[in-house]
Design a protein around this ligand. Structure first.
Ligand SMILES: [Zn+2]
Length: 80
C-alpha cells in the first residue's frame, strides 16, 4: 500500500502527508483541508525565525517613538 507523498517546497523533501499541516481555510494557494506547501518542520522553523526577527524589530521601534515623545513634551508644556 502506497502512502501519498508530498514534496515540501522549502526543504524539497518527499514526506508523508501526515508531516504537513492542513489548510485551515480556503485561500488563493489552495483549499481548506489540503496540505500546505511546507512541512510541519519547516513551518515551525520559519515561525521561530519570524518571532526572533519581530522581537528585534520591536526593540528597534520602541526606541524611536520614545525619543519623539520626549521632544514633543517640552513644547506642549510651554503652550499649556
Ligand atoms: Zn520542509
Amino acid at each position: 500500500m502506497d502512502a501519498p507523498l508530498h514534496t515540501c517546497c522549502n526543504c524539497k523533501q518527499l514526506k508523508q502527508l501526515t508531516e504537513f499541516k492542513l489548510r485551515m481555510k480556503d485561500d488563493r494557494h489552495g483549499k481548506k483541508g489540503e496540505p500546505t506547501s511546507k512541512c510541519t518542520e519547516c513551518t515551525i522553523r520559519s515561525q521561530i525565525s519570524r518571532q526572533k526577527l519581530k522581537r528585534k524589530h520591536d526593540n528597534d521601534d520602541a526606541e524611536e517613538p520614545m525619543d519623539l515623545c520626549n521632544n514633543d513634551l517640552p513644547e506642549n508644556q510651554r503652550k499649556g
